[in-house]
Design a protein around this ligand. Structure first.
Ligand SMILES: Nc1ncnc2c1ncn2[C@@H]1O[C@H](COP(=O)(O)OP(=O)(O)OP(=O)(O)O)[C@@H](O)[C@H]1O
Length: 238
């Protein structure tokens, strides 16, 4: 299977606060790994460090065998931020075609990405007129258009109804089956069970790094939400 991302003793401060404390983990290739944790726990900061846009104070982040942020990685990573990163005054198709062109890819690839996120019917609509969930999917289309080896998605399913969420998760797994590594953040615990592996982060520290089943077994909670509460309680007692 192999390793896609290797993080060793990562320390990040934002403002005057230390946000990540000596965090270490490895993320396997060709799998969907979920990054879960409460609001403010450091999920976005960790994703930023992996994508290479975060100043770090210590430790190493190696992505697809290269140091995070290095030039060869630029075309190999798709990153969807929480704020939509698409142009409001362009249509969905124009946005996706623009990102396809940046990767040197033909317009057909843009149309494929739009269809992949279920936005084909809205492809000629200006992004500024889309609903929040549709705008998220337009951002996702732009992140996947280059068929990246690593897809880093910061809360991609916010604002989506259950049917669309289930549909997107099925697409994530299809991409993983085709060899893409996905790292997906969420603070919705019912999405945790959809991941192959989970990283649970709290106050900048990793409190679990395992499969959903192993976490359920170790905590004796069939429900991941309660399993996480148990891990947090154990952490507080340790
Ligand atoms: N630009 C910044 N300057 C100072 N502090 C920041 C900055 N960005 C984030 N922080 C702080 O860093 C901590 C981690 O933030 P981060 O965005 O990584 O959390 P998160 O787990 O992604 O939260 P959420 O789920 O709410 O998006 C928070 O305490 C936040 O207030």
């Amino acid at each position: 299977m192999g390793t896609a991302i290797e993080i060793r003793d990562l320390v990040v401060a934002r403002g005057r606060r230390r946000v990540l404390h000596n965090l270490s983990c490895t993320i396997p290739r060709g799998r969907v790994t979920g990054l879960l944790g409460p609001s403010g726990s450091g999920k976005t900061t960790l994703l930023r460090a992996i994508v290479g846009v975060q100043v770090v104070q210590g430790g190493t982040v190696t992505v697809l065998g290269e140091p995070a942020g290095s030039a060869p990685l630029r075309r190999r990573i798709g990153y969807m931020t929480q704020a939509p990163s698409v142009y409001a005054d362009l249509t969905v198709r124009e946005n996706a075609r623009y990102f396809a062109a940046l990767h040197g890819l033909p317009a057909a690839e843009a149309d494929r990405a739009i269809a992949d996120v279920g936005l084909a019917e809205a492809r000629d609509q200006l992004v500024g007129t889309l609903s929040g969930g549709q705008r998220n999917r337009a951002s996702l289309a732009c992140a996947i258009v280059g068929r990246p080896d690593l897809l880093v998605l910061d809360e991609p399913t916010v604002g989506l109804d259950p049917v669309l969420r289930a549909d997107l998760w099925a697409r994530f797994h299809a991409m993983a089956a085709a060899g893409t590594t996905l790292l997906v953040s969420s603070h919705v615990m019912d999405e945790a069970g959809r991941c192959d592996r989970l990283l649970l982060i709290r106050e900048g520290r990793l409190i679990a790094d395992d499969t959903p089943d192993a976490i359920r077994r170790a905590t004796r909670h069939p429900d991941l939400e309660n399993a996480f509460l148990e891990l947090i309680k154990e952490g507080a007692l340790a």
